[in-house]
Every structure is written in structure tokens, then in C-alpha cells.
Ligand binder design. Structure first.
Ligand code: ATP
Ligand code: MG
Length: 217
């Protein structure tokens, strides 16, 4: 959507992830960054084929997309984009940002990422271009401290003012732990939104992790 001339540009957060499944750690990160930076909207972008996760079976894209829609539906400032799902190749952040920038040419983009993903920032494809497309916001995550020495070394190599680090309420939740719990029939209630608990059960996700599903996915 193009803004009228002279209107202040919209600030749009971009929260990329595999979301297999989406959990409250993702939602708190997006909500906190939206508040601190006065974002008008946060777009959640489930990855198509995540290149970092080529070594494990990822749930079907449509399941991850629908869980993300369910989890974000009640928040009027949260939206979900299919840009990465509909692209027929591995997901690189630079492609995500290029596509979103062309869909929202007047918006200032804020790419939100957890401390764990930040440490590999220099390994991302075309990282110099990333900073022309968006500002980056690194959020704290339990187990991956923002002040860690190896992270500081990485970040010292970045151009000035392209990245802001933000402490958010610590939620020690990961999708890996949620999948493990679901597989072992232990609860995921309160780690993920209620509708996502129900969706995991309805689709019987994670019970046969690593095995092909009967529907061929
Ligand atoms: P997995 O265990 O499968 O890697 P994950 O919990 O790390 O899943 P992703 O979909 O890989 O979730 O993460 C998407 C983004 O959300 C990443 O930038 C990640 O750092 C961030 N993130 C995930 N969980 C948290 C959390 N609990 N607190 C803060 N940031 C988080
Ligand atoms: Mg992860």
C-alpha cells in the first residue's frame, strides 16, 4: 500500500522464523519490539525452506503458516506474509526483505531477530545489502546472552547504527523443546497459544518427527 505524499512513513517490523511451531517467545519478542520502536505493524514471515535447517525434517509449510495465523490473529497489529513460502527456493533473509520492501516501498523495515541468530549475521547471504533494506533489532534470548564475547566480536564488524540490541522479558521456550514435548506426549499448554496446542493435536504434528507423513509431506 502506498502512502500519500508527505505522510510519515510506516514502521513495519519483520519477524522471520521457521515457526515449527510458533510459541510465546516469538510473540513476546514481536510485541516488545513493536512497543519500543513504535511499530505500526509486525509481519511474521514463516520460512519456506530454511537453509540453516537442511539437516532436519521441517513440518509442511502450510501447517507452519496456519499455526502462525492462528497465533497472531487476535492482535490487530500482527500480520502474516507468505513471501517466503511462495518463493521456490531456499529462504535467505535478503530475499525476504527485498520482497517486503517492494510490497511496502514507503515503509521503514525493522528486522527482528533473536540473539542466537544474530551471531551468524555475517554468514547471511549479501549481508551488506541487508542493512540498506532494514534496521536490525536483536532481542535477548535465554541461553544466548546479548553481551556474550563472541557475539560482541561479530557485531563489532558491522557498520555503525544498523543494529539495536534490546532486552526483552526472558522466556526460555524453543520450538525444538515444544516438538520434543509433543512427541513425548508432554504438555505444550502455555508455551504456545491455545489454538496452536489444538492445531498440533488435530494434525498430529511432531509425533513421528523425522518420518514421512502418511499424506506424503
Ligand atoms: P528451533 O528450536 O526449531 O530453532 P526457535 O524456537 O529457535 O525454533 P525459530 O523459528 O528458529 O524458533 O526462531 C525465529 C526467531 O525467533 C529467531 O530470530 C529466534 O532467535 C527468535 N526466538 C525464538 N525463540 C525466542 C525466545 N524464546 N526469545 C527470544 N527470541 C526468540
Ligand atoms: Mg531457532
Amino acid at each position: 500500500m502506498n502512502e500519500p505524499p508527505g505522510a510519515p512513513s510506516r514502521r513495519v517490523g519483520v519477524m522471520g522464523g521457521t515457526f515449527d511451531p510458533i510459541h510465546h517467545g516469538h510473540l513476546v519478542a514481536a510485541s516488545e519490539v513493536a512497543d519500543r520502536f513504535g511499530l505500526d505493524e509486525v509481519i511474521f514471515v514463516p520460512t519456506g525452506r530454511p537453509w540453516q535447517k537442511a539437516d532436519r525434517t521441517v513440518s509442511p509449510a502450510e501447517d507452519r503458516y496456519l499455526m502462525t495465523v492462528i497465533a497472531t490473529a487476535s492482535n490487530p497489529r500482527f500480520a502474516v506474509s507468505r513471501v517466503d513460502l511462495d518463493r521456490d527456493k531456499s529462504t535467505y533473509t535478503v530475499d525476504t526483505l527485498r520482497d517486503l520492501k517492494s510490497q511496502h516501498p514507503d515503509a521503514e523495515l525493522y528486522f527482528i531477530t533473536g540473539a542466537d541468530a544474530l551471531s551468524s549475521i555475517l554468514g547471511w547471504q549479501d549481508w551488506q545489502e541487508l542493512f540498506e533494506l532494514a534496521r536490525f533489532v536483536g532481542v535477548s534470548r535465554p541461553g544466548f546472552e546479548l553481551g556474550a564475547e563472541h557475539l560482541a566480536e561479530h557485531l563489532a564488524r558491522l557498520p555503525k547504527d544498523v543494529l539495536t540490541l534490546v532486552e526483552i522479558p526472558a522466556l526460555a521456550i524453543s520450538s525444538t523443546e515444544c516438538r520434543l514435548r509433543a512427541r513425548e506426549n508432554r504438555p505444550v499448554w502455555y508455551l504456545v497459544p491455545d489454538g496452536v496446542v489444538q492445531y498440533i493435536s488435530k494434525r498430529d504434528l511432531y509425533r513421528r518427527d523425522g518420518e514421512p507423513r502418511p499424506d506424503g509431506h
